[in-house]
Structures are given as C-alpha cells and as structure tokens.
Design a protein around this ligand. Structure first.
Ligand code: PLP
Length: 389
C-alpha cells in the first residue's frame, strides 16, 4: 500500500555511514534508517551475532524461558536504572505497553477512567492508541473515533501540567519524549523533565518517557532523560536497540515493574532469541567502544559548525539539538532539500515540514561529520538564496 511518498533511490548495500544504491552510487547517510542504525550499516558485531544466532535458534515463543531475553533485560535495566523489561518489535508497541501500564496503575489507585497526559506535537507511533497520544492532527485525520483517556498539554510547559494536576482527578501518568524528534528536534528547558518528575511524584502519576528515538546513546547519554538527571518510572525503546533488527522494549521500575502479570500482556515475536542477540551485540558494542561519549562530542562540534555557518541568516529560525540529533529549523517548508541532498550524495531528512533533521550513525568519522555539515550548509544557503526551490 502506498503509505510512503518515497524518494527516487533504492539501496543495495551499506557499510558504516555509507550506502550504495542500485546503480552503484555512494551516499553519506545522515538519517541512519531514521535513528535506527546507530552502529552504522553492516556493523561486524551485529552481523556476526545475527548470523550465529540464525544458525542456532531464531524463535521459540514466550511460553518458554528465553535466556538471551533475560540477559538483555538485565543489561538494559542496569543502564536505565529500571527493574524489568517487556520486549516487543517496534516503538509503537513499546508505547502501547506503557499505555497499558498507565491504565493498570490508574485503576489500582482508584481512577475509574484513568487518563494519560500527553504533549502537543508529540510522536508516539501509528497504532490507534499511540496515534491518539501523538500530537499531530494530520496523523490522526480520518481515524476517529480515537482512543479515550488522553489529556493534552503544550510540551515544555510545567505550568500547563500543574493546571492539569489541579483540574483532572483521573490522571494516572504522563507520557512524553525527552526531546521531541518528529516535531523537529525540540529540546526542552534543562529543568523541564525534573519538573515533570516532581509533579508525578506529588500526584502519584507514572512518569513515562519515550526514548524510542533518543535512546541508545544518540544524544550523548544512554537515554535522553539522563541529561536531566531524573529517573522515569517507565521508559520505552526501539529504533537503534537492534541496529535494524526489529526489537522494542518497555522498561519499568518500582511498582510499575510488577503491574503486568501472566495474561495481562503478550506478544508472539517480542524478545525472541534473534532480536535479543542483535540488541545484546548493540549494547555490548556501545559499552565497549564508548560510542555514546563520542556521539555527544561529535554532535556538539557539528552543532557549533552549523551555527557558525548558518545561525542568524534570514530564513533560519533555529539550529538546535543534542548529540547526534540535530535540527536546522527554517522559516518555510523545505522538503525539497532531502531530494537535492540526494543529488549531492547525502541522505538527510526533513521533519515538521521545515526542519532539516540529521541523525547520523554514532560511528560517524570526523571527516564524515564535517562533510555532512559542509553539504547541509551549502544546500540550506542555496535554498535561502532561492537557487533551490
Ligand atoms: N516514539 C518515537 C519518539 C518515535 O520517534 C517513533 C518513530 O519515529 C515511534 C515512537 C514509533 O516507533 P515505530 O515506528 O517503531 O513504531
């Protein structure tokens, strides 16, 4: 079904930060499968893990013990400060699990019809519940009736959250991104997440942070919320968790970690040996090679270089980001830049209509990072000067 307006290119092979199309042409990849291939393409550790596991055991079902799943849960929980994991296959499913946890939590606390606070311009997925949680009317259009039980507030607005606390007795949880990705790389005030944590503590709400795009080192810490020094009750992962092998996770701690019992949630494929082995290879590589610190450093340099070249130019509204999640926000729609970048052998993404988003792999080299900055700066300049329309 035609769910995507695809760009006119198709790829056959990849290595590190590079892709080769069906004609043999090479492209520098500053999209990384939309923040999925954090270790780059064809990373040897993931390749070896997947090949070995495929020749040993791919799937058994969750009716039986899955040792690799237990090992992955332990490794992820250690990094995230969490107590338990539910594994699934995508970001939307991870958020569905979080939404169900919030409902159970609410009922346990006597809310007859529990509600979840979500934010304007959020993106949490495309299933019915997650598209309802998503704050984009275009994504919701045509799919009503939407799911009940959500209250929406502006992102990065603690006063709005306080107003909900004062007027909405049925709230059970808050679900939000640590940096809004699809909205255009919106980095909140440094005190925002800690403020959300304080309101959740006071009100008995679960703080649920969607780290699907921001997780696994992209922002320079394992999880985006770690920059704020606060610990959520629930956090969700997917995208780069498996470096391209589909795997998602909903992690929880404290009381939230024991809300699900046998029969309350399930998945056929989730957490199978193949997916868990791939994710373990990702976790081990991130731990061994300190790519996360590097993501923070390289990202900071790219941001500074982009600002040096473009900040203050007429038509540029803001250049922002954290680690290897960078947005160049322009004043008018600029989707055409993704197509023009292709002609220059570069993959970039445009989100929120007017934000050039860069999500290169964490393994990006210094020269490659510089090349991305040079090309993006030249393309944006051409666009601002009317040479690219
Ligand atoms: N949450 C966030 C923050 C995302 O960026 C995305 C995808 O872009 C999702 C959830 C949905 O993930 P998936 O497409 O794997 O369902």
């Amino acid at each position: 079904m035609a769910t995507y307006a695809r760009l006119p290119v198709a790829f056959r092979r990849g290595e590190g930060a590079w892709l080769w199309d069906t004609e043999g042409r090479r492209y520098l990849d500053a999209v990384a499968g939309i923040a999925v291939c954090g270790l780059g393409h064809a990373h040897p550790a993931v390749t070896q893990a997947v090949c070995e596991q495929a020749g040993t055991l791919i799937h058994t079902s969750n009716l039986y013990g899955v040792p690799l799943q237990a090992e992955l849960a332990e490794r992820l929980c250690r990094q995230a400060g969490m107590d338990a994991a539910f594994f699934c296959n995508s970001g939307a499913e991870a958020n569905e699990a979080a939404i169900k946890l919030a409902r159970l939590h609410g009922h346990r606390r006597g809310r007859g019809s529990p509600r979840i606070v979500v934010t304007d311009r959020a993106f949490h997925g495309r299933t019915l519940a997650t598209l309802t949680a998503t704050g984009n009317p275009r994504i919701q259009a045509g799919f009503d009736p939407l799911v009940e039980g959500f209250v929406r507030v502006p992102y990065d607005d603690l006063a709005a959250l306080e107003r909900v606390a004062g007027t909405e007795p049925e709230v059970a949880a808050v679900l939000l991104e640590s940096i809004q990705g699809e909205a255009g790389v919106i980095v909140p005030d440094p005190n925002y997440l800690a403020g959300v944590r304080a309101v959740c503590d006071r009100e008995g709400w679960l703080m649920m942070v969607d780290e699907v795009q921001t997780g696994m080192g992209r922002t320079g810490r394992w999880f985006g919320h770690q920059h704020a020094g606060c610990l959520p009750d629930v956090t969700t992962l997917a995208k780069s968790l498996g470096n391209g092998v589909p795997v998602g996770a909903c992690l929880a701690r404290g009381d939230a970690a024991s809300l699900f019992g046998p029969g309350s949630h399930a998945t056929t494929f989730g957490g199978n040996p193949l997916a868990c082995r791939a994710a373990l290879a990702v976790v081990e590589t991130l731990e061994r090679e300190d790519l996360i610190t590097r993501a923070g450093d390289v990202g900071e340099r790219m941001l500074a270089d982009l600002r040096a070249r473009l900040a203050g130019r007429a038509g540029v509204s803001e250049i922002r980001g954290r680690g290897l999640m960078i947005g160049v926000a322009l004043e008018r729609p600029c989707q055409v830049l993704a197509e023009r970048a292709l002609e220059h052998g570069l993959l970039i993404n445009v989100t929120g209509e007017r934000v050039v988003r860069l999500l290169p792999p964490l393994v990006i080299g210094d020269d490659e990072a510089e090349q991305i900055v040079e090309t993006v700066a030249a393309l944006v300049s051409g666009f601002l000067e009317g040479e690219i329309a």
